[in-house]
Ligand binder design. Sequence first.
Ligand code: ATP
Length: 234
Amino acid sequence: MLELKGIHSGYDSTTILHDVSLTVNEGEVVTIVGANGAGKTTTLRTISGLIKPSQGSIHFDGQDITKLSSHEVVELGITLIPEGRQLFPDMTVRENLMMGAYRKGARASQSQLMDEVLALFPRVAERLEQKANSLSGGEQQMVAIARGLMSKPRLLMFDEPSLGLAPIIVSQVFEVIDSIVKTGATVLIVEQNVFHTLKAADRGYVLENGEIVLTDDADALLENPHVRKAYLGI
Ligand code: ATP
């Protein structure tokens, strides 16, 4: 479904990603794990069209999307749930959710979509009229995920969904991701929380200093000596 081939990408004169190639197949949950600053966010921003790669190609369903704008990428059904949630703080939860439904494919069926999405997030459903900035961090992350679903994505990308959340909330976030996966969604997650993510994923890539150093089934990565030592502290 998604294929990155030989991607070099970064900011101004700094190249962050070096020759990154990866695939995500339809219905799969794929994760990119790596330490702080490894280039995980840069990878997602490049796929989203927010940064243009200097070399390499990105294909989605066989279509070359390397040079598309971020708006065009969203229209194709690729949605990024950004790090740090980035909700509209002074808008209500309901208004934030509606902002997610701007994609053409989603606009027509907004109220039905809202019902479907809220069924996954009972706590969000109870807080529709509350301002986003009055929610707890965990609730805000749930709203950010719900807003992403409101675009009816074909590929949903999560940037560090567990960042800054208490362990019990992290488990809840991964439970929600699990239930999204069960609906048949295709998911790409980048995370520093390697254990939880590999438990949730089918396959994974390990990114170090902007390069993919390892890729395997998630189960195999959990047993991999380098992953255990460098990321799981075992
Ligand atoms: P984190 O978990 O800390 O978000 P990450 O793996 O997602 O890490 P990136 O955010 O992709 O890493 O950052 C990779 C490198 O790119 C870092 O060295 C960072 O300083 C640099 N970088 C990120 N954003 C910019 C920017 N706007 N301009 C210049 N350099 C940047």
